[in-house]
Structures are given as structure tokens and as C-alpha cells.
Ligand binder design. Structure first.
Ligand SMILES: [Zn+2]
Length: 352
């Protein structure tokens, strides 16, 4: 048996980054929340089963979390969207809100813009209460000549203006986390995500630099002050709240939601709390992937003063979380009051 100071071969052997998962020895108060303190609206969810069935299964999961209303951003358009809004109306009219999506196929052909605007009008008549733009715009959408369509392409202007006129918000996800564009090396905080999901790797010519897409998005926002935009994933600036604050000041009709970026807030609870205090009227609760057991991390970062607790995906965060301990009045705004203002179709009586 090796004596103190000398390690046996097994103890010395190095292990991979993925294997190293030391159990924390820290003993501090813990509040593992499985249910939000106040009823809440999840502004960023994706469901493909809302078009049929009685929805009882999903409602049970929502009730356990205290989620009163789920916004399904994957509404599609036309007949597919109507199937969803009809089925929701028949089975759980108050619990789901459906956002429409644009079909970008054929952009550049004569009449494309007019057709897309008409489709959006029809979808809203059929019960859509918002428009969601996927990251494909700016990354992979091409026009009829094979050219990448920029987020601020003028052929889309009439769509953003129509959303403003219809008084529906536009939730948009542009680009992806900046490290996907950076060298895949020891300095990259998303190294594990890129090596386990190689398809997420980007580069300055794949398709363009990160900054190009982000700047297109901001220019587009500024060009359409009559439309309310929800910048998904904190606009990929959750790791630079100073920069995001500047954008919030420059673009007063821009809102943000923190789907998939709660780990950025949980590693800077003091700066994050200051941001929430300052912009408390324009932050919305979003989660993105529907994994009910992962909501606990969100509740805990928002509500508690817990320290050094785990996050649920090492490839998003190999660091641990700290709670922001937000006061009740800010929690209520983030959980439901801000969303109620943006989406008047939600039944307010659910939140009394
Ligand atoms: Zn999403």
C-alpha cells in the first residue's frame, strides 16, 4: 500500500474531462425546487403533439411545475397550424398559445413576400398569437438564386411590419453561441458540446462570421420599432450582460428570454440580479427543450440564494450554479406579468 505522498498507478492515471465528476463535499443549505413559487408562462417551448389527442399527459407535467401556459413556438402554418389551434381549443383552450412560423422556400420569386404576409394573417385568424423565427434564417435559408438570406433582408420587412400591425410578438433565435465559431481547443468553453455535437461547429465562412448574423438581427430590430421582438436565449449575450444592457437601452421594443442560457446567469448571480432589477419589465421565462425535470435548475437560480449547485448538462456548463434570490415582485414579472402584456390572448384569471 503506497504511503502518504505517493500515489499508486491507478490513482495517478489521468482521466478524460467527461469522466471527471467529483462529488462536492460542500455542506450548505439546499432548496431543490420542483415547482415554481408563482404560476408561470413558458415563452419558449417546442411540441409536435398538440395537433391531436386530449393533452392530458402534458397538462399533468405542466401542473406539477406550476406552468399555467405553454407557448408552442413550433406552430408551423396553414392547415398544420390550424390543427393545433383547433385541438388546443377543444381540449385545453387556456393552457396553450401557438406561434406561427414562416415557410422560407421560394423567397425571391415574384410575389413571395405578399404570399408570406397573407399566410401570417390567415394563421393569426386561425388562432396563432405570435411569430417564431428559427435560426435557419441567417444560417441556412437561401433565396431562389442560392444566396444566403440575411436576417435583415428587405424582402422580409413587410412580415415584421405585419406582425406589428397584428399586435403579435416575434420571437427570434439568430445564430448560436459564439464559441461555436471559435477554434475547438483548450480555450473554448463549449469544447465538449462541439466534440459531442460536431454538426454545431461553425466558422467565419460557415456560413459567415458570428458578428455578421448578430448585427443583421440588431439592424432589423431597429428598422421596425412598431414591432415587439423577443430575442431568444438572451440574444447570446447572457455571458456579457453589459453588452446586452446596452442593446436593451438602444432597442426599447426588444425583450429577452433565457431559454438554454440559465447556466450563464447562475455563474454570475450578482451581476444577473442587477440586470433583472434594471430590465425587470422586459425579461421572460423561457426554457426551450421540454425536459420537465430540468426546470428545477431554472427555479433554483431565479428564486433561491443556494450556492454551488449542479447544472444538468455538462456541455453547457462544467461550472456550478448560484441563486439570484430575486424578490417576489420581479419573479412575478418574469414568470407571467411581462408575458401577459405581450400576449393579451392569455387568460389573466389563471394568475390571480
Ligand atoms: Zn427553441
Amino acid at each position: 500500500m503506497p504511503y502518504a505522498g505517493i500515489l499508486c498507478a491507478q490513482e495517478r492515471s489521468s482521466m478524460g474531462f467527461e469522466e471527471y465528476e467529483p462529488k462536492s463535499t460542500l455542506v450548505v443549505p439546499e432548496h431543490k425546487l420542483t415547482k415554481a413559487k408563482f404560476p408561470f408562462i413558458d415563452i419558449h417551448n417546442h411540441q409536435n403533439g398538440l395537433g391531436s389527442g386530449d393533452l392530458r399527459g402534458i397538462l399533468k407535467d405542466m401542473d406539477a411545475l406550476n406552468m399555467k401556459v405553454m407557448i408552442n413556438l413550433s406552430g408551423g402554418n396553414g392547415a398544420g397550424l390550424k390543427r393545433q389551434t383547433d385541438n388546443v381549443k377543444a381540449n385545453a383552450p387556456k393552457r396553450f398559445i401557438i406561434f406561427a412560423n414562416i415557410s422560407f422556400g421560394g423567397i425571391g420569386e415574384p410575389g413571395w413576400t405578399e404570399k408570406a404576409v397573407k399566410q401570417l394573417e390567415e394563421d393569426v385568424r386561425n388562432g396563432a398569437n405570435g411569430l417564431k423565427i428559427f435560426k435557419s434564417l441567417g444560417l441556412s435559408v437561401k433565396d431562389n438564386t442560392g444566396k444566403r438570406v440575411a436576417v435583415d433582408d428587405p424582402r422580409l420587412d413587410a412580415i415584421w411590419d405585419k406582425a406589428g400591425a397584428l399586435k403579435i410578438p416575434v420571437l427570434i433565435h439568430a445564430a448560436d453561441p459564439k464559441p461555436f465559431w471559435d477554434p475547438v481547443d483548450k480555450d473554448n468553453e463549449r469544447w465538449l458540446e462541439i466534440v459531442t455535437h460536431p454538426g454545431r461547429k461553425r466558422g467565419p465562412d460557415n456560413p459567415v462570421p458570428w458578428e455578421t448574423i448578430i448585427e443583421e438581427e440588431h439592424r432589423m430590430f431597429k428598422k421596425h420599432p412598431g414591432t415587439k421582438f423577443i430575442n431568444a436565449h438572451f440574444g447570446w449575450y447572457a455571458n456579457d450582460l453589459g453588452k446586452l444592457g446596452k442593446l436593451m437601452d438602444e432597442i426599447p421594443h426588444m425583450y429577452v428570454e433565457f431559454g438554454a442560457v440559465i447556466a450563464e446567469l447562475g455563474r454570475q448571480p450578482k451581476a444577473a440580479r442587477q440586470f433583472f432589477e434594471k430590465y425587470q419589465d422586459r425579461i421572460l421565462f423561457g426554457k426551450d427543450s421540454w425536459e420537465p425535470e430540468e426546470y428545477t435548475t431554472y427555479f433554483r437560480v431565479l428564486e433561491t440564494a443556494d450556492e454551488y449547485f449542479p447544472y444538468h448538462k455538462k456541455y453547457h456548463a462544467f461550472w456550478r450554479m448560484y441563486g439570484m434570490n430575486l424578490p417576489d415582485d420581479i419573479l412575478k414579472k418574469v414568470y407571467y406579468k411581462n408575458a401577459l402584456k405581450l400576449i393579451p390572448a392569455i387568460d389573466k384569471s389563471l394568475f390571480e
